[in-house]
Design a protein around this ligand. Structure first.
Ligand SMILES: *Cc1c(COP(=O)(O)O)cnc(C)c1O
Length: 469
């Protein structure tokens, strides 16, 4: 890569005496700093000219991968295109310069935006009211479970401390339940990848009076629509529990159906996934929680402020720019794109559950297992062809999970190019497995030793300090 020429660290480019800036003139006179507070040695700073600095950081930035640079088919975390108009609206000074502690009467515009977004989310989900305080999906789960816990306590129903979570659930589901002081009971998936009704009936008959809620993700983590929701909701409601909907990825539901109509009582939505805020690298996010009518009074206190307002602005802009009619196409198009890739590749990649999927689906590695090429190898080889890898080794239901989510935004040409590369890699695995096993070959850094990197990370640059001393 180009930046190799210029060194990987700015310190490696340092030449004694080079300068890229000059300090402003001192208008204030000199004040003596006590000797005990002064450095005994110069600070170890790189000495570079401006052009070198600009090239160095520009080249480093070119090593980034994002939705704006290429196809990013990351299953479960919806990396959809983030329309630029969202940024323009969120950056309007009237919104951007708000302070969370300023008097409410000076921020009526922002309050109106939150109220209108609330209305839009209620219309899209069939629920009665949302709170916008949670800062991410997991925070939303915790908030929603606290609503449920508060509801049971308000009725003196103290025994309800167990939450049913499917074995395919996102890891945050059991984690949030545990943080909320609830106990997790796992319900199995059947061979068709859906919640196993027989296992669920058994759990309900054993634990009925102790069940606080059932958490469900729909479409589930395999990208499959849970077809038995009416029966499941009835089972849980009949035993006195509530239904929680993990709406982190509401994408495939937009325009198709609404959790509120399916019997769910409480849900969260990841605005950053479903309604487009750039969220790679861990933030920012917003995980508003919606409840059906009658549960509003149980919203807990989870934050003094109104959550991440910039994310709400982006979500509201996204909803308005699509409008009532176009937003109905999001779910069907996301579903069409995922099924198109799945059907085009299932002769060379193992498809454990061969059915119509929603916005994403999971392969269990290459179909031909004799080559020894793993999902990790395929993912690394994709980098050579300029693609971000799909989600790998999640969900844990299969050994070689490869989870693909294209989103509604991608054109047929992009999908076809990706399919061609996936087929090429399958061929390489047969003809030259070593090539795939040793990938990536074209990236600035080759195959990283994951274990070593996790156990012995080197996060400081010792050489420079040695040079300076
Ligand atoms: C991403 C995700 C979450 C967690 O959301 P965060 O904003 O990362 O906390 C929860 N459930 C599902 C299904 C998800 O995909």
């Amino acid at each position: 890569m180009n930046n190799r020429l210029y060194g990987n660290l700015i310190f490696e480019l340092s030449k004694e005496g080079r300068r890229g800036c000059s300090l402003p003139k001192n208008y204030f006179g000199d004040y003596e700093i006590p000797a005990s507070m002064k450095r005994t040695q110069d600070a170890a700073l790189p000495e570079c000219d401006e052009l070198t600095v600009v090239r160095h950081y520009t080249n480093l930035s070119n090593n980034n991968f994002g939705v704006d640079t290429g196809f990013y088919p990351l299953g479960s975390c919806t990396m959809k295109y983030n329309p630029k108009i969202n940024e323009e609206i969120a950056a309007l000074p009237q919104f951007q310069n708000l302070h969370p502690s300023q008097p409410a009467q000076t921020a009526m515009g922002a309050k109106a935006v939150v109220a209108m977004l609330n209305k839009a989310l209620c219309a899209l989900t069939g629920l009665a009211q949302f709170t916008f305080k949670p800062y991410a999906g997991a925070h939303g789960e915790l908030t929603g479970l606290m609503v449920i816990d508060n509801y049971h306590r308000s009725r003196g129903d103290m025994a309800r401390k167990k939450v049913i979570v499917p074995d395919s659930a996102h890891g945050t589901n059991p984690a949030s339940a545990a943080v909320c002081g609830l106990e997790i009971i796992e319900v199995k998936s059947s061979s068709d990848g859906l919640v196993d009704l027989v296992d669920l009936e058994r759990l309900v008959s054993q634990e009925g009076p102790n069940i606080a809620a059932m958490m469900m993700t729909n479409p589930n983590t395999l990208g499959l629509f849970e077809t038995h929701i009416p029966e499941i909701a009835k089972l849980i409601h009949d035993c006195g529990g509530l239904m929680y909907y993990d709406g982190a990825n509401l994408n495939p539901m937009l325009g198709a159906c609404r959790p509120g109509d399916m019997g769910f009582d409480v849900m969260h939505i990841n605005l950053h996934k479903t309604f487009s805020t750039p969220h790679g690298g861990g933030g920012p996010g917003a995980g508003p929680v919606g409840v059906r009518d009658g549960l509003q009074e149980f919203f807990p206190f989870v934050s003094p402020y109104q959550g991440n307002f910039g994310v709400m602005m982006r979500a509201y802009t996204y909803i308005l720019s699509l409008g009532r009619d176009q937003i109905k196409n999001v779910g069907p198009l996301a579903t069409l794109n995922a099924n198109y890739i799945k059907e085009s590749l299932k002769d060379v990649y193992e498809l454990p559950i061969d059915t119509v999927c929603c916005h994403e689906f999971v392969f269990d590695g290459l179909k031909d297992k004799s080559t020894g090429v793993t999902t990790m190898d395929v993912a690394k080889r994709l980098l050579d062809y300029g693609y971000h890898a799909p989600t790998i080794y999640f969900p844990l239901l299969f050994h070689e999970s490869l989870m693909i989510e294209p989103t509604e935004n991608e054109s047929k040409e992009t999908l076809d190019a990706f399919i061609a590369v996936m087929r090429k890699i399958a061929e390489e695995a047969k003809d030259d497995p070593e090539l795939v096993k040793s990938a990536p070959h074209n990236t600035p850094i080759g195959r990283v030793d994951d274990v070593l990197a996790a156990k012995h990370p080197i996060v400081t640059y010792k050489q420079m300090m040695n040079d300076a001393n």
